[in-house]
Design a binder for this molecule. Sequence first.
Ligand SMILES: Cc1cc2nc3c(=O)[nH]c(=O)nc-3n(C[C@H](O)[C@H](O)[C@H](O)COP(=O)(O)OP(=O)(O)OC[C@H]3O[C@@H](n4cnc5c(N)ncnc54)[C@H](O)[C@@H]3O)c2cc1C
Length: 303
Amino acid sequence: MVLDFEQRLAGLMDGERIKKDEPMKKHVTFRVGGNADYFVTVKNADEIAAVINLCKEEKVPYFIMGNGSNLLVGDKGIRGVVIQIAKDMNEIEVDGETITAMAGALLSKIAGAALNAGLTGLEFASGIPGTLGGAVVMNAGAYGGEMKDVLDMVRVLTPEGEILELGKDALKLGYRTSVVAEKNYIVLDARIVLKKDDKEKIREYMEDLKGRRTSKQPLEYPSAGSTFKRPEGYFAGKLIDDAGLRGFALGGAQVSEKHCGFVINKDNATALEIIKLIEEVQKRVKENSGVALETEVKKVGEF
Ligand SMILES: Cc1cc2nc3c(=O)[nH]c(=O)nc-3n(C[C@H](O)[C@H](O)[C@H](O)COP(=O)(O)OP(=O)(O)OC[C@H]3O[C@@H](n4cnc5c(N)ncnc54)[C@H](O)[C@@H]3O)c2cc1C
């Protein structure tokens, strides 16, 4: 059965894009996590659909990922196939005030293309270390901007194999949510609409945001960005600080001393240590302020 599955998978794409027992810590910004049974990097919608069909037929689970910047993978790894939509699916095209990019293009690259074309509106995303696909799913945002402001149309693959074009309203973009996440759609590509502006002004704003990130965020340690969602009316980092948890550590995992909203992998943490630390933070913040913190980071695999 396993051999049959492997042979069929090998028939779908060239061998160097299929990896067996692949350490997930190589593919996520937290740098933790066990092995994925199979890890494939896909080139287009047909390949994604073919791998998913095969998984369904052989009853093998699959998981879609982008750049792994919002994931916490369990120490025992991920069963089945991890399908990465990233570097092999990353074309970006600029046409007037419109940018069309594949789901695997990095936001930093798309923001760079916008800058080169003198287009404003995507500066907020230049320092978010994810792919366009991951950013659509989460309606990623920063410094007052969010994907919702710039997305015009997104093409998705449904779990049933249909391709849909979703306009702004159909995407139902909210705070770190979208219809894509709700319905397990797979983002293939998206159209972004921006506005012409002065290149120097755009560059300066990007530099300003970069400076703010470097001075406030613990970018020197592996993490998955903000660990918790912003509870309405509060800031997660302030609640954590007020609960006396700045620098609080468990094994190799730590609440960043620089920014309490980030749990960092300070010193070879395990996923279990990170989870335990997150749960302890949630418990103590609840006791201290009555606010329930929800995680923004997504847990995947076996812990
Ligand atoms: C240092 C740092 C700073 C960060 N700053 C910010 C910030 O300012 N704002 C912010 O919003 N986020 C921030 N993040 C979090 C993260 O970068 C974003 O959530 C990003 O959008 C995730 O994209 P990704 O490609 O890495 O997705 P992944 O982490 O690979 O996946 C995240 C989720 O999206 C799904 N997914 C990924 N690609 C697709 C696809 N093509 N189709 C369907 N589903 C898909 C996955 O299944 C998973 O559920 C930060 C992270 C780090 C490490």
